[in-house]
Design a protein around this ligand. Structure first.
Ligand SMILES: Cc1ncc(COP(=O)(O)O)c(C=O)c1O
Length: 470
């Protein structure tokens, strides 16, 4: 009988895969020797493999270029990065190597944009698409950016008051977009997204508040489907509804020339992941071509705002199995040396799946387990529900350490987890390693942050840590 972990994977999936392969009994991710990484830096750790960010941006640009050619599409394509998925400077710098644009969601994002501009990483030509509900500080910051000459900053109107607030704060003319509030998926608990303006109200809103406002030029219609860009009836239905609004608006608003289809490109969350990106983009452009030609209006330029897709597949987390607790005949809890709630909060909050694989011991026998985090919260676990199938790992042996990796975790986990802040049960935030490649193609490693120390947490909590040292 084949009872080794490697046999299980071989029988269940195509393996090796593009980014995962084995060196003996050790797992490599894009060729990175993960076991060496963990031996060098210790566990737990998080890492970001920077080249994957550029790689994914180029993949998407390439798919759009192919689709534009195939559909003889007359508009241009602009790739924006949705900054909220990871604001880190190293992520932005890597992404900006690829002539991309930016999408922001709140006031402080604009401070980041200004800093990147100052450092020469982006210019006035870079589109800065400002989404989100705009309160005073965000309005002020957007106005400051536009007043400083950044004409390609396009605030996307999310509520009826924003046009007036922006008009008051901006000195000269400016461009805007309008966000359509999409209808939520039928199984969702609300009918219409709280974000944006309802389908039926878009044209009246333009007529009443924009058309006669000399300062404002409507350039973009924005539409984002919460469930992402999926090949299902719901997505195609919403897209067509949005295109109908686009053509109606275009007929009365000649300056409108862009359609922003938001983010929501999926990323690989299992070894069995399948998604035909090229087909989806072809079909989106095809639908736009059809609707615009029926209505006899020119096709729009296309903007996307991929967050997860840009940065998700660059990130990973490695933990050690510290101990096994057998709580009854069937439930064996493998305890990791960190917390799922704080380091991968989406696993806990929205049952999100990530690829999980052992780093070592692939030639050992496997067993079925549950994975538990170190906090005393009973919800701090990762189980078969998130992991699609049951979790199997090489059999726990006290004398043979086992390390496991969670992959494609690079989007949202740090900001949702409150990076650098207070942690549940004061389980410290792990160290963070940046991995890059030098000009010879060799991996380079840099510790971006050390593991949090007791003083860091005590300081946040208001204890006078310096007084103790005296
Ligand atoms: C307006 C907008 N654009 C883009 C995104 C990015 O989505 P994703 O990370 O799924 O690509 C989001 C995510 O919530 C969003 O709200």
């Amino acid at each position: 009988m084949n009872t080794k972990y490697i046999d299980l994977i071989d029988q269940t999936y195509y393996f090796p895969q593009e980014e995962f392969n084995l060196d003996g009994e050790y797992l490599q991710f894009h060729g990175i020797p993960l076991n060496e990484l963990v031996q060098k830096y210790g566990s737990p750790l998080k890492f970001t493999y920077l080249p994957k960010i550029s790689d994914n941006i180029l993949r998407a640009k390439n798919w759009f270029a192919n689709a534009i050619e195939k559909n003889n599409y007359k508009g241009k394509y602009h790739y924006c990065y949705c900054t909220k998925s990871s604001h880190f400077q190293h992520v932005m710098h890597e992404a900006l190597k690829n002539e991309i644009h930016m999408e922001t969601s709140s006031a402080f994002d604009i401070n980041i944009i200004e800093k990147l501009k100052k450092d020469g990483k982006l210019t006035d030509q870079t589109y800065v698409i400002c989404n989100g509900f705009k309160r005073e500080k965000y309005i002020d910051n957007i106005a400051r950016l536009i007043n400083s000459g950044h004409q390609n900053c396009v605030p996307i109107i999310d509520n009826y008051e924003e046009i007036d607030l922006l008009s008051d704060a901006i000195n000269d003319t400016f461009k805007v977009g309008i966000r359509i509030a999409s209808e939520e998926e039928p199984k969702f608990e609300f009918y219409t997204s709280r974000l944006g303006i309802g389908y039926k109200n878009i044209v009246p809103f333009y007529e009443n508040q924009i058309k006669d406002n000399d300062k404002v030029e409507l350039k973009m219609l924005h539409f984002f489907i919460n469930t992402g860009i999926r090949d299902n009836a719901y997505y195609w239905n919403e897209l067509v509804k949005c295109l109908k609004v686009y053509v109606r608006l275009k007929k009365i608003c000649p300056s409108l020339d862009s359609l922003n289809i938001g983010g929501g490109f999926p990323i690989k969350n299992s070894l069995a992941f399948e998604y035909d990106y090229q087909y989806m983009i072809n079909e989106i452009l095809n639908q736009i071509n059809i609707t615009c030609s029926e209505a006899d209006v020119p096709v729009p330029h296309i903007f996307t705002e991929f967050g997860s897709f840009t940065v998700g597949e660059s990130g990973g987390a490695i933990y050690e199995i510290l101990y096994q607790k057998q709580q009854n005949d069937r439930e064996k809890w493998n305890m990791i040396d960190s917390s799922f709630i704080t380091t991968l909060p989406d696993t806990w909050a929205i049952n999100k799946r990530f690829i999980m694989l052992p780093i070592n011991r692939w030639n050992d026998e496997y067993e079925r387990v549950l994975l538990g985090g170190l906090t005393c919260d009973s919800d701090d676990y990762y189980n078969s529900e998130q992991n699609m199938n049951a979790i199997y790992l090489p059999r726990y042996k006290r004398e043979k350490p086992l390390y496991i990796g969670f992959f494609n975790t690079g989007a949202y986990q740090e900001s949702i987890g409150g990076y650098g802040g207070l942690q549940h049960c004061l389980i410290p935030q792990p160290k963070h390693i940046l991995i890059d490649k030098d000009e010879n193609g060799n991996f380079t490693y840099k510790q971006f942050r050390a593991q949090q120390k007791a003083e860091d947490l005590l300081d946040i909590l208001g204890y006078d840590v310096t007084a103790e040292d005296e």
